[in-house]
Design a protein around this ligand. Structure first.
Ligand SMILES: [Fe+2]
Length: 345
């Protein structure tokens, strides 16, 4: 299975991971042959990369932080929450808490799982997928930092709803296929205040959920917004979601911006700590997300090319794609002689 840009996908390839529609249904499922017609339609819909395999090729199993079933239910739940907030209706907090429960359950029962997939999303479902990914990454970070289950639940809920205030921002600004003007940027920044106002009215949710949404764009040196809080003045939940949100945003392509590779985003976040991000949180994040997620096509220090077929907290499993060892599997541990030098796709 490879993670490839749309224009490198040919008609002898099949879809290796499902594509979800904006309301959590499966738009295209695993195994579908990617005809020219499908590819043209997906490009039109704004998809930039897909997980694919060549027809007849064996696809290895690998474990993901959350199952496709939980992902689907989470998309529906987040869509419902955003929809209700847009109409200024009360959220279905029971449903939110159920989804958070599923996500926690799956993450806590799989001790070595990493955030190991790049998400397949487009502008139509961006915020739902983004919210769920930030929730998953924040939970992995907090688990790594030794949070109790109760604390994890409030953090995960705050992470899932961190961008809820976006429903109060003019949708025309959010769908612009270009960088925003100063005035538009100021309008988008208001989503932190709106999110706080919406969530603090929800009596069934911890007040920390509202504060997480309020503080996720604050930065350690006071350069963030909306209040310019500094260091420990930012709640730990806000500092965690800031890192998870930045990682997710950096590794997601937008129409006007190319996505960064995971290892590049990790490097950039490390370089921005302690000025912008809490270094302890960044360290926990770098142990929680895969530098080279499953499907990465890489070049090794032996000059052979390989595909990452599995990854967990201890090792990366690669399958050679070129050279005398083609198709053979190899496990790379931190002290292995064979190392990844570059990522191609
Ligand atoms: Fe945000």
């Amino acid at each position: 299975m490879r993670y490839l840009p749309l224009d490198e996908i040919t008609e002898d390839m099949c879809l290796a991971r499902p594509i979800f529609s904006g309301d959590g249904r499966i738009l295209l499922s695993n195994g579908v042959k990617l005809t020219e017609k499908y590819l043209a339609r997906l490009k039109e819909m704004g998809y930039q990369n897909l997980y694919v395999y060549r027809d007849g090729e064996e696809v290895n199993d690998f474990s993901t932080p959350i199952s496709d079933q939980t992902m689907r239910e989470a998309i529906q739940g987040v869509k419902d929450a955003f929809g209700k907030a847009a109409l200024r209706q009360r959220l279905n907090t029971r449903n939110v808490s159920e989804i958070v429960g599923y996500i926690l359950e799956e993450i806590l029962t799989n001790p070595t799982v990493l955030y190991n997939l790049m998400d397949i999303k487009n502008h139509g479902n961006y915020y739902y997928h983004h919210s769920i990914n930030v929730c998953v990454i924040s939970t992995l970070i907090a688990k790594e930092m030794g949070f109790s289950r109760d604390k994890l639940k409030d953090l995960a809920t705050g992470a899932l709803l961190h961008d809820l205030g976006m429903v109060c921002v003019d949708p025309k600004i959010l769908t612009q296929p270009r960088p925003l003007s100063e005035e538009e940027t100021a309008a988008v920044r208001e989503h932190t205040n709106y999110g706080f106002q919406l969530l603090r009215m929800e009596r069934d949710l911890s007040i920390l959920v509202a504060h997480t949404a309020w503080q996720h764009h604050e930065r350690m040196d006071g350069s963030g917004y909306p209040k310019g809080l500094v260091g420990d003045g930012i709640h730990l939940f806000g500092r965690i979601v800031a890192v998870a949100d930045s990682y997710e945003t950096m590794t997601s392509g937008r129409v006007y911006k190319k996505a960064m590779w995971s290892h590049e985003a990790i490097r950039q976040l490390k370089e921005s700590a302690p000025e912008k991000y809490d270094p302890e949180v960044v360290a926990a994040m770098s142990r929680s997300v895969a530098s080279y997620p499953v499907g990465s096509v890489v070049v090794l220090n032996t000059h052979e090319q390989a595909v990452v077929v599995d990854v967990n907290a201890r090792k990366i499993t690669i399958q050679f794609a070129t050279g005398p060892r083609v198709n053979a599997l190899m496990e790379l541990e931190p002290d292995s002689d064979v190392k990844i030098e570059e990522r191609l796709s």
